[in-house]
Design a protein around this ligand. Sequence first.
Ligand code: GLU
Length: 277
Amino acid sequence: MRALPLLSLLIGLLILAGPPSLAAADVLQEVRARGELIVGVKDSTPPFGFIREGSRSIVGYDVDIAAAIARGLGVKLRLSPVTSATRIPELEQGHIDLIAATMTHTREREQQIDFSLTYFVTGQRVMTKRTGGIKALPELGGKKVSSVRGSTSEQNIRQAVASTVVIAFNDYPSAFLALAQGKVLAMTTDETILLGLQRKAPRPDDFVLLDGYISTEPYGLGIRKGEETLRREVNRILLELEASGEAGRIFNTWFGPGTEVPLKRTFRLETGGVPIR
Ligand code: GLU
């Protein structure tokens, strides 16, 4: 009988304390307990995340970075395909622990999620058909340009050439197909993605990139807001990858001499690297 007032006191205290706060949850602990890091990656954006021909596995620069993070945390890696539009909601809803999906770190996105150090840097450009007759950006006024829903590319082109008609697709191969089939006059996104798609096309020489960049796009790994312990661990691992030379080796696997998209490595994985817009 005497337990009853004590019980109601306890219940009262619990009600006063409110529901367990989400901010107090620690994804890093959860990942370690689970023994697996779930990373959202693209599956049709070469050379960052795409399905290797004749296999069912997703490979690419983003995948190798994700694998290195999992290794650094001492857990297994599980990949979960995302698109530009689904990646932030998937993270916020807790379906994935991390985003490694060609995602630019922007001030606008910082309202929703946190970011790791920059782990890749590119810039937005425009690709047309060689026979398309377009030579410079301003000529895209009033013309159809394809891009992808939920990307910075889609926003930036509207700012760069206000009167373009942007046709937004769910993924980059669809945006590229629209260009190849002449449904749009140009396609725009990060230079590296454009080159990756162009080099895999049956006739790469049918396509050209216009001179000049619309923006700088520093990629960061996306982390749920407030997950500071995971963010610190991820950054520690990224810095270690740079120091050990592993980050350079991963870059060379996908962008080194002899690859489909040979590039110069103009960045390092370091604190306070590329300014964020
Ligand atoms: N990096 C750009 C972005 O984060 C374009 C590539 C993409 O859509 O993932 O939106």
